[in-house]
Design a protein around this ligand. Structure first.
Ligand code: ADX
Length: 165
């Protein structure tokens, strides 16, 4: 299959990173995973979570993804990417069909229950202002593909995505 940018958007703890890794294992060809927590330790360590900084985060990542895709490597990107405009600008960097937006959908209550990093607890306690889904917006996308992670295992989500490409 031709190189693509497979862009996973969704709330923190929705399962984006796990599905991204599953996708990479199943992908037949060269691919790379770009993941929010990792990228924010390096390339985007100067950025916070204001709307402007999130937009800059997405801009840099989509530029990097474009370089990978143009050289024949599929880029699987796992970022909350809460704003429609920024996602749209990311899509515009690719040719038609090259960018696939996947909504990794999961109810906020379930994400809050999972809370693998304890961030929702802190956010609901008011200790982490501007947390997505709590007191910062998540603009639900009109995505190319939707997976429901509270009903489907990560591996099945990954297989579902691959079957719809
Ligand atoms: S994005 O909004 O710019 O796309 P990104 O995916 O890179 O976000 O990073 C999200 C990760 O940063 C979360 O999984 C969480 O671990 C951490 N994080 C820290 N502060 C926040 C916050 N205010 N809102 C959302 N995530 C946060």
């Amino acid at each position: 299959m031709d190189a693509r940018c497979i862009w996973l958007t969704g709330l923190s703890a929705a399962g984006k990173s796990t599905i991204a890794r599953q996708l990479a294992e199943l992908w037949d060809g060269p691919c790379v995973v770009l993941d929010g927590d990792e990228i924010r330790q390096g390339l985007c360590s100067d950025l916070g979570f204001s709307p402007e900084d999130r937009d800059e985060n997405i801009r840099r990542i989509s530029e990097v993804a474009r370089l990978f895709v143009n050289s024949g490597t599929t880029a699987i990107c796992a970022f909350i990417s809460p704003y429609s405009d920024a996602r749209q600008r990311a899509r515009a960097r690719f040719s038609d069909g090259q960018f696939v937006l996947v909504h990794v959908d999961c109810p906020l209550d379930v994400c809050r229950e999972r809370d693998p990093k304890g961030l929702y607890a802190r956010a609901f306690a008011g200790e982490l202002p501007g947390f997505t889904g709590v007191d910062a917006p998540y603009e639900r996308p009109a995505a190319d593909i939707v997976v429901q992670t509270h009903e489907t295992t990560p591996e099945d989500c990954a297989r579902l995505i691959l079957s719809q490409l």
